[in-house]
Design a protein around this ligand. Structure first.
Ligand code: KG4
Ligand code: ZN
Length: 342
């Protein structure tokens, strides 16, 4: 199954991006097409699941055709179809899954189900051609905040050990909610990132929630609530709110926690390589802090370009390749999952 010249079509529809990509031997991206629904969901201040599903349905065939055309590959020229099977909005996942199954069946090609978070982790392989397990991954997205010890990428159970996860809000969720209270709109992460550049991170100081001694779990709901209370109490007192300072103070607190827990996980595991994954990994301040930390500790840091941090299908095709290369394929009875263990 393995060897040079394996072309995988990847399809991703787990949230609000309809995406398709063709990769060659996993790490070479021949095309990476993303139809974002951000402008549609903006009006509602967040992703509306039913609307997301409907838009995936309208876009998916065109996005897949475009990915094949850009890659200059005929449908019959692909070796397998990889698709996100979860976790995600189940109605949204179903659209990509049904498309992938139909293509796999019609073309007589294998179907490969991919865990969305494994996809995010594999995004680091695309631009770091020699990156191989074992390594530590910090996954920071809208739905996840986890430190994962990655010992293999073939999709087999037990290859990935979750050392710590959020007990409440994901860090991306906290970014989005803080942005909402500041009236910045959706999605909030990139807006906080930009606004914080002009703010003083010490003007408004928020609590760093570290949990029990030695715990690698995270908790961001207290930080989020602290920011909301700060803003609301200022407003109620008729005092001005310096949004840039609030954004900078919030971001600094979140990054301090991510940095401390990641350093502790590196120490615990003895890993010498760290990969960042997920939409929040495109945050400029987090990237800068992780670079400083890695340099200080002599750790190799692999951060994907922003386009491979936020949801995309190249990461799914890459993770699909790793699973396929290890002999992993799925039947046409593959299900969509809202939650899915690693
Ligand atoms: O990985 P992703 O695209 O989707 C999920 O799997 O959740 O992550 C989306 C999250 C959102 O919460 C968004 O606000 C956040 O990533 N995000 C950012 C930035 N770009 C996207 N957060 C902070 N700074 C950014 N530049
Ligand atoms: Zn994602």
């Amino acid at each position: 199954m393995t060897g040079a010249g394996i072309r995988i079509l990847g399809i991703e529809t787990s949230c609000d991006e309809t995406a398709a990509s063709v990769t060659l031997d996993g790490r070479t991206v021949l095309s990476n097409v993303i139809a974002s629904q951000v402008d549609i969901h903006k009006a509602f201040g967040g992703v509306v699941p039913e609307i997301a599903s409907r838009h995936h349905l309208c876009s998916v065939n065109g996005v897949v055709s475009e990915a094949l055309r850009e890659a200059a590959v005929l449908p019959g020229g692909i070796d397998a179809v990889a698709v996100t099977e979860g976790p995600g909005l189940v109605g949204a996942v179903l659209i990509g899954l049904a498309t992938a199954k139909a293509m796999a069946f019609a073309l007589g090609k294998p179907l490969v189900g991919v865990h969305h978070i494994r996809g995010h982790i594999c995004a680091a392989l695309i631009e770091h051609k020699d990156l191989e397990p074992p390594f530590l991954a910090l996954v920071v997205s809208g739905g996840h905040t986890s430190l994962i010890d990655v010992r293999g990428l073939s999709g087999r159970p037990g290859e990935m050990a979750v050392l710590g996860s959020t007990r409440d809000d994901a860090v991306g969720e906290a970014y989005d909610k803080v942005a909402r209270v500041l009236g910045l709109g959706y999605p909030g992460g990139p807006k906080i990132d930009a606004l914080a550049k002009g703010g003083d991170p010490c003007a408004a100081r928020f609590k760093r929630v570290m949990l029990e001694e030695g715990s690698l779990d995270f908790s961001f709901s207290g930080l989020k609530t602290g920011v909301l209370n700060y803003v609301n109490s200022k407003r109620q007192a008729g005092l001005p709110v310096n949004e840039a300072d609030v954004a900078a103070g919030f971001q600094q607190a979140a990054i301090d926690v991510l940095s401390a827990k990641t350093r502790a996980a590196l120490k615990l595991t003895g890993r010498k390589t760290l990969a960042l994954a997920g939409g929040v990994a495109s945050n400029s301040a987090l990237r800068a802090r992780m670079r400083e930390d890695a340099e200080y500790a002599g750790i190799r840091l692999c951060i994907p370009s922003p386009v491979y941090c936020t949801d995309n299908a190249a990461m799914i095709a890459c993770a699909g390749y790793c699973k396929f290369a290890g002999g992993g394929t799925d039947g046409l009875d593959l299900d969509a999952h809202a939650t899915l263990p690693l």
